[in-house]
Design a protein around this ligand. Structure first.
Ligand SMILES: [Zn+2]
Length: 246
């Protein structure tokens, strides 16, 4: 990460744009998949279904129907099936570029292009939540995304509790490169103890995942921890409604 990126990220962190005091009287958890590789649905979907859990799939339209670097991505039929199964489709921009590197009008066009793409696939679709590509964020892009979406999810590690920033929800990775069962258990324990909102994110779900994805067992483990701690699983959109309007 460059110095410029580091400064931007630190400044964005100090710009709590949409601070609200969470009105949770019980902890909640959300599971999200970014980009998203097809296996997040083909392999992740059945695991979620067996537990009656709904997730949020952050689609970047440019990946639709493509294979990039050997990874198969979702297609339009997947989006419909995911929506029909009750999951949430969120926005991950259209072209999946580093937001702070784009001029504001380019970034805005990119968000609108993804909205048009999702509307083409899903008909009347209102996108409630956004995930910053690469978790890359600056004060400017945070303001911009904050205007477009009720809730935005970053990748800064943590549980959302007490005063939470809806323009940059904290999240916990379920990624092979950094995963540890004990860490997942610790984060879930923190959410449960503080009536917080824990948001997991991953990419592909495979027995041989990319560094950014998880195995079926890792996903099962996180779901099992959440269930064992009595934490309800909601999409990010439903989590927002629960945290703000409950
Ligand atoms: Zn992404």
């Amino acid at each position: 990460m460059s110095v410029f990126d580091r400064i931007n990220r630190a400044a964005a962190k100090r710009l709590p744009l949409k601070w609200v005091r969470a009105r949770l009287d019980a902890p909640i958890a959300s599971f999200s998949f970014d980009d998203f590789p097809r296996s997040a649905w083909s392999a992740g979907g059945p695991i979620l279904a067996r537990r009656g859990a709904l997730a949020t799939y952050y689609a970047a339209g440019d990946f639709c129907g493509r294979t990039v670097d050997g990874i198969d991505y979702f297609d339009a039929a997947d989006l419909v099936a995911i929506r029909d199964a009750g999951h949430e489709i969120g926005c991950h921009s259209f072209s999946h570029e580093h937001g702070p590197a784009l001029e504001s009008h380019v970034l805005r066009d990119n968000l609108e292009r993804n909205a048009a793409f999702l509307a083409d696939c899903l008909g009347d679709h209102r996108t409630a939540s956004f995930a910053y590509p690469y978790g890359d964020i600056s004060p400017r892009t945070k303001v911009l995304a904050g205007r477009h979406f009720p809730v935005g999810r970053g990748i800064r590690a943590g549980v959302n509790q007490g005063l939470i920033d809806l323009a940059e929800l904290k999240a916990v990775p379920l990624e092979l490169r950094s995963w540890s069962a004990a860490e997942v258990e610790r984060w879930v324990g923190e959410a449960a103890a503080n009536k917080g909102w824990i948001v997991f994110f991953s990419h592909d779900v495979s027995e041989t995942p990319t560094p950014y994805g998880c195995t079926p067992a890792m996903l099962e483990h996180a779901l099992g921890c959440v269930e064992a701690a009595g934490v309800e699983i909601l999409t990010v959109k439903s989590g927002l409604a629960r945290a703000v309007f409950a």
